[in-house]
Design a protein around this ligand. Structure first.
Ligand SMILES: *Cc1c(COP(=O)(O)O)cnc(C)c1O
Length: 350
């Protein structure tokens, strides 16, 4: 347990003083079903979406709480993880004053959101095996360092960070540690969700966009102490999760083993794809993957990327990312898509 961490010391003064907008739906929760609602200037004629959505997403959070084993008071939902991450910036980082630490090569949104919020970025590159350099990271931080972003499994490198390294960072960094677990359901490593009670400075983000096959509805999950969640709740747009998203998420989450089975299928395909990549002559290195994609080094990433596009296959060229020279990122697709990819890779190798 961190004794010297007090969330009140890192909330922006503006946010601490903020009086949130109180929506009509916030004021009347859990009332009798026959209550007549003439308070929100809605159109009264029912069509499934004529009412404002539940601003606290009570039913959806109850389902997620069950699946994730985390109490609803420790959950905040966002319009994608991107909104969750933006809310964290806005709650805790003072523009033109504070900074955050990121560990390149990593997910591009941390830097975009930092720039958007006028927050400085301290970059500490991962080592050659794509693991965080713990001592360098802790030495790089200063009194203005509010957030450390850890993406594990990491995008675009696909590996998980060693848990001892992560734990050392959580214990010794004097701000919030945000662990982005967008790919955790594909990983052999355990989620950090079970450690939430232990570390008051820990924030975990997940998403329904990857393993849960719902990128189109935009639903990001944030897990943290009740205090942190309460701060984020104060500043989130009142109706940030729309009715269609809440309904569709509940519908798909309630289908037993749907995600579990698809994850198993994707993991099987990942193995096949890795094996097949070994037979492609211009692939010189295949990195270990704990995610639903594979990073591979090739002879000439720009050339191979263009050849694939010409043949109707779009992958991600990561060659400009630090440590990823001539690297391509392949998302694991359906068996048919993967077969087409392999066939095409073999056809362009001469
Ligand atoms: C895909 C991805 C996300 C998901 O973002 P959403 O806004 O929830 O779709 C978050 N973090 C990382 C590292 C990702 O690769």
């Amino acid at each position: 347990m961190k004794i010297n961490f007090d969330i009140n010391n890192i909330i922006r003064p503006t946010i601490k003083a903020l009086k949130p907008y109180s929506s009509a739906r916030d004021e009347f929760q859990g009332v009798p079903a026959d209550m007549v609602f003439l308070d929100a200037n809605e159109n009264p004629f029912e069509n499934g979406v004529n009412r404002y959505p539940d601003p606290q997403q009570g039913k959806l959070k109850a389902i997620l709480s069950e699946i994730k084993g985390v109490s609803s008071k420790n959950i905040l939902l966002g319009n994608g993880s991107d909104e969750v991450l933006d809310l964290i910036f806005r709650a805790f980082c003072e523009p033109n004053q504070d900074n955050v630490i990121i560990l390149p090569p990593t997910y591009g949104m941390y830097e975009v959101l930092a720039n958007l919020n006028a927050i400085d970025i301290i970059k500490v590159d991962l080592d050659e095996t794509f693991q965080p350099k713990v001592d360098d990271i802790l030495a790089a931080g200063n009194t203005k360092s509010k957030i450390l972003f850890i993406c594990s499994p990491n995008n675009p490198t696909a590996n998980s960070f060693e848990s001892e390294n992560i734990e050392k960072l959580i214990k010794n960094f004097n701000g919030l540690v945000v662990i982005d677990e967008a790919y955790i359901d594909f990983s052999n490593e355990a989620s950090w969700l079970s450690k939430l009670d232990e570390f008051p400075n820990l924030v975990i983000t997940q998403t329904l966009s990857k393993a849960y096959a719902m990128a189109g509805i935009r639903l990001g999950l944030c897990f943290a102490s009740a205090e942190i969640i309460s701060v984020l709740n104060t500043i989130k747009p009142p109706y940030n999760i729309n009715e269609l998203t809440q309904k569709k998420a509940m519908e798909l989450l309630s289908i037993k083993d749907l995600a579990k089975n698809q994850i198993q299928d994707i993991l099987k395909e990942r193995i096949l794809l890795m094996e097949a990549l070994k037979n492609v002559t211009f692939v010189s290195k295949i990195y270990p993957s704990d995610a639903n994609f594979i990073l591979a080094k090739v002879d000439d990433a720009n050339k191979r990327y263009s050849q694939l596009v010409e043949k109707g296959i779009v992958i991600r060229n990561r060659t400009t990312q630090v440590g990823c020279e001539n690297c391509l990122r392949f998302t694991v697709g359906t068996p048919e898509e993967n077969k087409k990819l392999i066939k095409t890779l073999l056809s362009i190798q001469n």
